[in-house]
Design a protein around this ligand. Sequence first.
Ligand code: HEM
Length: 443
Amino acid sequence: MNAPLSTHASVPRPGPADQGGTATLPPGPKAGPLSQTVAFHRDPLGYLAHQREEFGDVFTLRLLTMRPLFVVAEPAAVEALLDSDPTRAHAGAARRGILPFASPRSVFGGDGEAHRSARERIAAAMSEQVIDRRRSEMVEIAHRHASQWPRGRPFRLLSRVRTLCDEIFVRLVLGVRDEKIAVSLTEAIGRMLRTPGNPPVSLPGKGDGLAGELGQKLFEQRQTAVVRELWRAIEDRRADPSDEIDVLGCMVDASPALGNEEIVDELMSLLMAAQEPPSIALTWLLDRLAREPQLAQRFCAEPQGEMADAVVRETLRLRPPASGILRRLRRPMEAGQWLLPLGATVLAPSTLVHRDPRTFPDPDSFQVGRWLGDEAPSGPYFPFGGGARRCVGEPLAHAEIETVVPTILELRNLDPISPRPEQMVQRATVLVPKRSLLTRAGL
Ligand code: HEM
């Protein structure tokens, strides 16, 4: 779907950016927070496109999890926001507002010095050079998983791919070598983050009243097994150090030293960031390539080639796994003709910005050609975010795409049930296929 850009966008509004600081804020839908939340989660792209048509490139949503949430789709403001952490904005505080379980001392939920040192601690283990050494093991894991998927009957591709990615993460990135711990940790992570179906709103947490207390309890219960297994993995590594560069090694060798509790706390947030987006990306790619066998052939022939790269870019443009980037402003920020106030939580939605006809002509059509040749699109494109908060797992995501996707396509004949790609729905901060991509798989 392609909503035209509003003519309202160019009409000057009484905003502080041109009036020296009045209290007027960008407009937004009048509906109450519950109905805004449900509508946004059911059809994020349609809902955001409708608001942009109505209010222009900058508007205000009131969601159950975030009131108000300023949505910015104006290209220059999006670029500025991408680069705003840590001096002008913080990502961790904004993420914790929506995902109250993210730890303020982690890469994902931390800010300032806490964020910088947490990121530095795991940088070596997440580097392209180290991740690339794991490619053949990724192929083995993908092969084993895909050969066990059901034959002939429909199944949810996203759930299967998620389990596969969990195992890659536990064995190859965390570096859990003990077989028993690796198996039970992978299972426990799957149970912890599994949500039954696709709830129309994200789970509440601390600070969300009674529902939040219940959400927090439920999450703590689900966490128990993961905490126990992570603890065992840390003890195991302390007792038997390894020369391999992996996340467990980086954590137990950290200086100043970290206790088990601190390590578990950081790893929990890393797991939350690491689980969903790569499995969603792989699932959409598999869906696209299952529908276009000739493209699949070219992708598998050269998964690190220019054409495969263009397929990945175009898939992540139309189906970005993360719904955008979030920042909490540390100083007022201009966005179009608005001046957003200090403390505002701002979302730059990739869903919408990636379909902006000013940057991507004929934005709703899948065209790998726009990434080939000399003239790449010039406006914001940010499936992995940007600036100091750009995704730390990007090399891992690319290695998974380039190893797991061809392995599956060469082994199984995927046949998505829905005649058209499933609609995207919002779950917490990610966008998932509505029915988790129901598919059949032949031999
Ligand atoms: C295709 C797969 C993936 C996509 C599309 C994706 C997307 C993103 C996005 C949009 C952000 C926010 C960036 C920002 O705010 O500017 C992010 C952050 C993050 N991602 Fe990923 N991600 C993917 C895979 C992974 C993997 C495999 C890991 C594993 C470790 C991971 C770990 C993280 C972490 C820890 C952060 C926080 C980084 C920081 O704030 O410094 N991601 N990711």
